[in-house]
Design a protein around this ligand. Sequence first.
Ligand code: PGA
Length: 249
Amino acid sequence: MSNAKSLIVGNWKMNGLRADLKEIEAVADSIQQNSFNGDVVICPPATLAALAVDKTVQSPLKIGGQDCHAKEAGAFTGDISAEKWKDLGAEYVIVGHSERREYYREDDKAVRAKSAAVIRAGLTPIICIGESLEERRAGNTLAVVSEQISGSIPEEAKSSPIAIGYEPIWAIGTGLTPSIEEIAEAHSLIRAELEKLLGTSGSTTPILYGGSMKPSNAKEILAIDDVDGGLVGGASLKSKDFLEIIASF
Ligand code: PGA
């Protein structure tokens, strides 16, 4: 365990309809009764986010966005700014998810600008990094991850909270996960890089593991030093699985 706050984040991606809000309510009710020492966040699609905030406002469950625009407002059809997420009642925004980096060609510079926007709005960015299978096979994992850290984390992170999501791209949605040793190695490198870049706040920045985390492997992964929580995709869609992951922490 590091000195960072514990954080479990469910990323619903482009999944979920109004009928699925009951899953969010079930998580909210459960964590209210069995208090969790840290933050639990669900990032539903934008269409459900306001409804989710209304339904969970009395509970400790927090709602987050999955992405944002770097500008505050303007003619950007279809986009949502960090200030809009703040206005809605969100507390976190995921930025630089590998699906955004891959399908929308978001590079470190874009991720850095979005991260700065989230901080500017007074929210916490969950900045995602992680290597591809080719990069891992070529032995470049640690070099890729260090480059993403220095490229994606903005100056503002020295004085405002951020979280890091380490998600090996080949583990996302595939059922594959790195070995415990591989996760431990990546997280300890990320911790060292954060301390180099951010000074003392680098030692209290939560570093989340993401990629096929599920009830059957969460306990072992969450017990690793410098794993301060999880970024959970598929297994966050059903409250039963997500609550099992939370309980295993
Ligand atoms: P997964 O997704 O848990 O379905 O692998 C994780 C993520 O992409 O955040």
